[in-house]
Ligand binder design. Structure first.
Ligand code: COA
Length: 161
């Protein structure tokens, strides 16, 4: 069974890795799909985000990294996959995720969104929080893989952007 885990991943954090690792244990192939979205201003380019995910998941053989633009449902059809994985960190994620899942099912009726509940050790994390801490030179080693830590240090070496 091939599933798609889509997101901005700007950058990938230990919160995303929690979901990716658990998915890789349950499904045959996990395609991590980085959204190429010009509406969101990202710190990392799509290529950089993909490289960071690749480096952080190299120990997981059934994980593929890709990018997409446009509708997620069109991308899922193109990839021959009808399962989308989303992580739920808190009740506050639920409303937005529910709306997306329902819209996506309307656009692609065979599509199922499977929610995985984040481990409570990482459920407070978001990419923005990590970027903010890094921008002020704070300690981020417990929030992100080491490749991401170095990349964030490099991006913010001149201070906040
Ligand atoms: N652990 C840690 N952080 C997590 C997380 C987890 N398990 N799950 C989500 N997050 C964080 C992300 O880091 C991100 O944080 P940020 O806002 O600080 O950057 C935030 O939650 C949003 O997560 P993300 O998964 O990147 O969602 P998104 O809203 O940027 O994108 C898509 C979601 C890609 C699935 C959606 O925008 C999409 O499908 N777009 C394509 C266009 C489309 O089809 N639209 C119609 C859909 S209704």
């Amino acid at each position: 069974m091939k599933v798609i885990y889509p997101g901005s991943f700007d950058p990938v954090t230990n919160g995303h890795l929690d979901i990716i690792t658990r998915c890789s244990e349950k499904f045959d192939t996990v395609i991590i799909s980085v959204l190429n979205n010009n509406k969101k201003t990202c710190v990392f380019t799509v290529e950089e985000r993909m490289e960071l995910i690749k480096a952080s998941t190299k120990h997981l053989p059934n994980v593929e990294i890709d990018s997409f633009s446009g509708l997620l449902t069109d991308y899922a059809k193109e990839k021959n996959s009808s399962i989308i994985i989303r992580g739920l960190r808190a009740v506050s994620d639920y409303e937005y995720e529910m709306q997306m899942a329902l819209v996506n099912r309307k656009l692609f009726p065979a599509l199922e969104t499977v929610f995985m509940v984040s481990s409570n050790k990482v459920s407070f994390l978001s990419s923005s929080i990590v970027k903010e801490i890094a921008s002020f030179g704070g300690e981020i080693s417990c929030f992100v893989p080491k490749e991401v830590e170095s990349a964030l240090r490099e991006k913010f070496k001149g201070g906040p952007r």
